[in-house]
Structures are given as structure tokens and as C-alpha cells.
Design a protein around this ligand. Structure first.
Ligand SMILES: O=C(O)CCC(=O)C(=O)O
Ligand SMILES: [Fe+2]
Length: 197
């Protein structure tokens, strides 16, 4: 893990993106992945595209502070209460990113066929310009960013145990996506810690 002073913004303008590198050893990252596979209430997501509801192959889960519901993607999400491990990871991520979070969206990609399309996390239910910390566990996958106005692109290979942090105006000016990959045959879990209104 790098000291916070050494961390550089990876975006050229209009927002902030930081990578803290791998915050867990390979063994610890694998142990966390296995724990989350077992103990998270995974379910398939529903997304509406051009008015039609689709069930995603990717699985998701919402966790957060007790009794909270969140407006997200046009529906109300009831958050499960933090598991002991999620709470521990949240505390570690808060310390590294110097921010506090009250919710976590988890995504489970079974292999490289499963992906996430271009989007910004710019819902009104997210505190404006707040930090969204994103922890990767499992298979290495490519994370792409594209500036809305200029088309400027950036890409990062996200490793097992790597933590990144999106902040400031990034969600207003950049979209991001998790690319498909034919080469990836194993699973990946991603955790995004968020500050919801
Ligand atoms: O899996 C990833 O790295 C991306 C997840 C993401 O963009 C999101 O949950 O909003
Ligand atoms: Fe996102």
C-alpha cells in the first residue's frame, strides 16, 4: 500500500481517480473473496433497458447501515446489515481513503463474459462529489474510463486486492465500464463503498 501523499490523480481533468495498489496480500485477498462468496446474499440484478426489464448474469448485493433503504436505478433497495468482514473492510478502506461510507454495492462477475456497461455513478441518492471506493478481489479485469465531452480515455487493470477511489467531479464528466474479456475464466468480486443521502 502506498502512502497517501504519493498518490497521484490518474485523470487529466474534470475529476479525481486514485489507485492505492493492492491493499491485501494475495492470501488475504483470496480469503476475503471466499468469505464474501459464502456469506453475502447474492442475487441477480434487474436492469431496465429501453423500457424492458432484463435479469443480469452478474450477481449483486446491497449492504449498509441498519434499516436503510436507498433509491437506486429507479427502484428502492433494502440494504442488508454489514457482515463482520464487510464492516472490517469498510473500516480499512475508510482509513486509507480518508472518507466515511454508509453503503456498499457488491458485484459478482462469474467470468469474463460478465461485465458492466458504460455508466456514471451520478444518482441523486449519492452525496455529490463524495468518494466512491472500489475494491477488486479475484480475477484481474480491465476498467475503462471515457470523458463525456472530449472522448479522452483511460484504462486500468484492476488486480486482486487493488483499491481505487473515484472523487470530485468524475461522475459528472466521465463514464466508466468493466470490459468483457474472453481470456478471463475465473470470477471477480467488486465492492463499491458509497456515501448515500
Ligand atoms: O466492477 C467494477 O469494477 C465496476 C463497478 C461499478 O462501476 C459500480 O458498481 O458502479
Ligand atoms: Fe460504477
Amino acid at each position: 500500500m502506498q502512502a497517501i501523499e504519493n498518490i497521484q490523480n490518474l485523470l487529466p481533468f474534470d475529476g479525481e481517480l486514485y489507485s492505492y495498489g493492492k491493499i491485501y496480500s494475495e492470501a488475504q485477498a483470496n480469503a476475503n473473496l471466499n468469505n464474501l462468496l459464502q456469506n453475502i446474499a447474492w442475487e441477480h440484478d434487474q436492469v431496465r433497458i429501453f423500457g424492458k426489464t432484463h435479469i443480469t448474469a452478474r450477481k449483486v448485493a446491497w449492504y449498509g447501515d441498519q434499516g436503510r433503504t436507498y433509491q437506486y436505478s429507479g427502484s428502492v433497495k433494502h440494504a442488508h446489515i454489514w457482515t463482520p468482514l464487510l464492516w472490517e473492510i469498510k473500516s480499512q478502506v475508510e482509513e486509507i481513503c480518508q472518507a466515511t461510507y454508509n453503503a456498499c454495492l457488491l458485484n459478482l462477475y462469474h467470468d469474463g463474459n460478465e461485465s458492466m456497461g458504460w455508466h456514471a455513478d451520478n444518482e441523486r441518492s449519492i452525496v455529490r462529489h463524495s468518494s466512491i471506493a472500489s475494491l477488486s478481489l479475484g480475477s484481474r479485469r480491465r476498467f475503462d474510463l471515457k470523458h463525456l465531452a472530449t472522448g479522452e480515455k483511460r484504462s486500468l487493470d484492476l488486480e486482486n486486492g487493488q483499491l481505487i477511489n473515484m472523487k470530485g467531479a468524475i461522475q459528472e464528466h466521465w463514464k466508466h465500464a468493466l470490459a468483457k474479456s474472453k481470456k478471463v475464466t475465473d470470477l471477480r468480486i467488486n465492492l463499491t463503498f458509497r456515501c448515500m443521502i
